[in-house]
Design a protein around this ligand. Structure first.
Ligand code: SF4
Length: 225
């Protein structure tokens, strides 16, 4: 496979952002007290849906401290769980989903988070983004976790031309060497939080501007004024 633009972008971003972390394990409030095994990654990623990283982290810390394993979560009082995860928003919806996920894993997968995407996609509130996040960060497997940052920045770069995160995942799978798949989420999410902000991209400060279609257009536009 020829070297992709994405590989060059990742080569430049990696030394800047070093260890990217998945949502809920950011170290804003000190090192997390829970492990990055598949179960904790799965639950934290469900919590991270439609909220900011710092809210995910607060909810995950409270939840995992009070209910540290799959059995205790499955058997928890639903209202108590809602209280624990309230910082992440949508507490009822997420609490119901988490308890159903735990029960399904206990009933159908011998209490172990499955390591194949089709089984993960059977779980409530688990779409391709969450499933790939579990594969990449929980199991250390080659997977492309496409959240809104990855989808948006991949299109701005001109690496893909897609309308949905799922389309972006498939387009990137076809273009980017498998050995770099995990790095895409690791570094583009951080880039989207720090410099390539949604609608407020700081292209003039960006280390990959010369590789980026949107960045080069912005440069031409500003120079022609
Ligand atoms: S050049 Fe601009 S649009 Fe492109 S990745 Fe950098 S900040 Fe984002």
């Amino acid at each position: 496979m020829a070297e992709s633009k994405m590989s060059l972008v990742l080569d430049r971003l990696a030394p800047i952002y070093k260890e990217g972390v998945f949502p809920g394990r950011s170290d804003q409030s000190g090192p997390p007290s829970w492990p990055d095994d598949p179960f904790h990654v799965l639950i934290a990623t469900v919590l991270s849906q439609r909220t900011r990283d710092e809210n995910t982290r607060r909810a995950a810390d409270k939840l995992f401290q009070a209910l540290p394993d799959i059995v205790s979560m499955a058997q928890a009082d639903p209202l108590a769980m809602e209280d624990l995860i309230r910082p992440a928003g949508f507490p009822r919806q997420k609490a119901v989903a988490i308890q159903r996920i735990c029960q399904e894993i206990l009933d159908s997968f011998h209490g172990e988070v499955p390591s194949d995407i089709d089984s993960l996609l059977r779980l409530p509130m688990v779409g391709r983004k969450t499933a790939n996040c579990v594969l990449a960060y929980g199991f250390g497997m080659d997977a492309i976790c496409v959240d809104t940052h990855v989808h948006r920045i991949s299109n701005l770069l001109g690496e893909v031309s897609t309308r949905s995160p799922d389309e972006t995942e498939m387009a990137l799978r076809a273009k980017v060497p498998q050995s770099r798949w995990r790095d895409i989420n690791r570094y583009l999410v951080r880039h989207g939080q720090v410099l390539c902000l949604p609608g407020r991209e700081r292209c003039q400060e960006c280390p990959v501007q010369d590789l980026c279609d949107h960045g080069m257009q912005a440069k031409v536009s500003s120079g022609s004024k």
